[in-house]
Write a protein that binds this ligand. Structure first.
Ligand SMILES: [Fe+2]
Length: 166
């Protein structure tokens, strides 16, 4: 049983570590499925960022005298599986891109929520080094989410142009 708040923080960070690893692994398949250049670029840069996020988590574990192994983030597993299987229902193009953006936004929100929770725990426990690292990543996730939102507006607008029922 976990009996301390430090234990709760550690458990949350281990889940995040697993989530980031899964994202880094799955992203090439999402990139391959995307047609819009901006979407591909945004997914590619998120892949690079995910590796930095992993490095920051490793650094955070170091400041806590722990390591990141031992947890699997089942939530992220589900989001990625659901996202990838949804893509198979579309031919390459705007519709698939719209579905891809929806999946990517769900992943991003999950990450933001998880980092947000870990940030509050690290703040409460006075783990300042880990806190600074987590906040840095949170800010990048926030930016990535906003960029995805902008791409969604653009992709969806282009997809609507092709409709004959509007
Ligand atoms: Fe991330």
């Amino acid at each position: 049983m976990i009996a301390t708040m430090d234990g709760v923080l550690l458990a949350e960070l281990k889940k995040l570590y697993s989530a980031e690893k899964q994202i880094a692994e799955a992203l090439p398949r999402f990139v391959e499925a995307a047609s819009t250049e901006e979407l591909r670029d945004s997914l590619l840069s998120h892949g690079e960022e995910s590796r930095e996020h992993l490095a920051r988590l490793e650094e955070s574990f170091g400041t806590l005298g722990e390591d990141g192994d031992g947890a699997i983030c089942v939530g992220m597993q589900g989001l990625l599986e659901e996202g990838l299987s949804a893509l198979q229902r579309y031919d390459a193009g705007m519709l698939r891109d719209a579905a891809l953006i929806a999946a990517a936004l769900r992943v991003e929100h999950y990450e933001l929520a998880s980092y947000g929770a870990a940030i509050e725990l690290a703040r409460g426990l006075g783990h300042d080094e880990a806190l600074a690292l987590l906040e840095q990543t949170w800010a990048e996730e926030d930016l990535a989410e906003k960029k995805l939102g902008q791409i969604a507006i653009q992709v969806n607008a282009e997809a609507y142009v092709g409709r004959d029922d509007v």
